[in-house]
Design a binder for this molecule. Sequence first.
Ligand code: COA
Length: 415
Amino acid sequence: MKALEGIKILDFTHVQSGPTCTQMLAWFGADVIKVERPGVGDATRKQLVDIEEADSLYFTMLNHNKRSLTLNTKNETGKEVLERLVKACDVLVENFAPGALDRMGFSWQKVQELNPRMIMASVKGFGPGPYEDCKVYENVAQCAGGAASTTGFRDGPPLVTGAQIGDSGTGLHLCLGIVTALFQREKTGRGQRILAPMQDGVLNLCRVKLRDQQRLERGPLQEYSQFGEGIPFGEATPRAGNDSGGGQPGGVLKCKGWEEDPNAYTYFITQAAVWPQICDVIGKPEWKEHEDLAEPKERLKRLDTVFDAIEAWTMTKTKFEVMEICNPLNIPVGPILSMKELAEEPSLRASGTVVEVDHPKRGKYLTVGCPIKMSDSPVEVVRSPLLGEHTNEILKQVLGYEDGQITDMHESGVI
Ligand code: COA
């Protein structure tokens, strides 16, 4: 038994944002029917290809546990099949460019007429407003949602982050909207329309930066290192490098081997409660009573001095030794882990967060499993479907088509 067993998802998603959402629903136990254009499929199947003839890792890593149905939804017979799918499913998820579903003839109004219990969930780049008709990809969302203006170093350009907060982040927001709407439908019997704009999703994740924007109107942001360096603030929340986003100052510090290894660094947080332990561990016990350093407010003016001294100590240790020494003292630190280290980490393999999957065309590959662990709804990661792999099965089992009808549709290129 899985949490969403019995729920059918009509999955019209492509690229990353929508597929992140429907993959999560599939992991929670929903039957996800991915509808793809015959002969073409999700564009990512053929993007960043590393093995000829095999679906790309981009596709496989975002489409586990789904079934693939090919269907030309612009053809009359294809539209009939789609109508039957709308009637048979609980949720329609899509992330086409604005207006594409309407042009296909499946507006929200039409979908409601066909199936009043249907939940129709969309990712778009922007919500209602001047940019609502724009096509949007990850980095556009990061820029338009406030992440880029607050990421990077003060003296450098805005920076996008490697975490896919625009695509995968918005997909997760949409997923939450869908399960909430399913819960509400239990009481009302009605479906509803859900919109998760990427700009809104990114801004939601940048909530603390809008917090700082308002604090800035009342004076300088004292926990930003720029304050201690005596550099005046402008009108908007600045880029803060690796400063901690919370009230406890933190920074990225070099560790032993940093000259050769680009990831020989640690994050180190000078949490006020453990200041005495920090002083002892870095060999500065006198700083516990020092008039300029003993109090957190005073330290904010001298963070460079503090972090220089801590770094002089971390540079004598590997990032893992720093962790081993600091953890028992309750000093919050974290090694900068590379993708290679994460891929090889045994505990992540054991917990099912990094999973090895076998694929008929590409052989074994690694993927990220479900990051949410539920005690009563276990997840087994199943390889992504080949294009149209389940077309016949779905047409027969879910929609009750006969073999002859299916053959006709194959021959006329509808499926
Ligand atoms: N049968 C027939 N036609 C199909 C089809 C099918 N099974 N599936 C899709 N199509 C058609 C669509 O109807 C659309 O046709 P139209 O433009 O004539 O109406 C067309 O394929 C292409 O869809 P579109 O979404 O415009 O793809 P794109 O590659 O041009 O744009 C995005 C890609 C991601 C930029 C765009 O979809 C978008 O902005 N999506 C919303 C935001 C988003 O999710 N972005 C992040 C992606 S990770």
